[in-house]
Design a protein around this ligand. Structure first.
Ligand SMILES: [Zn+2]
Length: 162
């Protein structure tokens, strides 16, 4: 059976900023309001539950918290983005502009781009790993993450938990 969490209603949201390589509006630093819908498929436990929803929400919120109010920086190739480590700051050169940003304000993610596709893969993999590590979620078969970046745009990925 399937149980779903609707991000907008369950408060599974985060707001963050990013800069996309290129020349359009997205090449300037700009915010996104994200929300995450999560679907799990599993077997009934002895308490007639598929999943402990409160605990599942806590795991998702922990992943959201890493993004909250941060500027996202991905591993774009050097031809697109150069990052210089300046002690407490990063100097980020992108789109012929240099941003000097405190490290505390940045979430540096080991993904090849900040496209919704790569963000969805990252989020789903983090969640699947956390669920697999916890005995509480052992009755689950798979998890499906739908990550929205606003403007009616979202990525969706299903990962096996067995
Ligand atoms: Zn954007």
């Amino acid at each position: 059976m399937i149980v779903e969490l609707i991000g907008k209603e369950a408060d599974l949201t985060f707001e963050c900023m990013h800069i996309v390589p290129g020349k359009g509006d997205c090449s300037r630093i700009h915010p996104h309001f994200h929300y995450v819908d999560v679907l799990v498929d599993g077997e009934f436990d002895d308490k007639r539950r598929i999943v402990h929803l409160y605990k599942l929400k806590a795991v998702i919120k922990r992943i959201c918290a890493a993004f909250e109010d941060r500027i996202l920086v991905a591993n774009y190739p050097e031809s697109v983005q150069r990052i210089e480590d300046k002690d407490s700051h990063y100097g980020i050169e992108i789109n012929n502009k240099l941003y000097l940003i405190p490290k505390a304000d940045i979430f540096k993610i080991e993904i090849p781009s900040l496209n919704i596709e790569d963000l969805t893969v990252y989020f789903a993999q983090e969640l699947a790993r956390d669920l697999k590590e916890d005995e509480l979620f052992k009755t689950l078969n798979y998890v499906e993450v739908t990550l929205s970046e606003g403007h009616g745009q979202r990525g969706k990925l299903r990962l096996d938990l067995k």
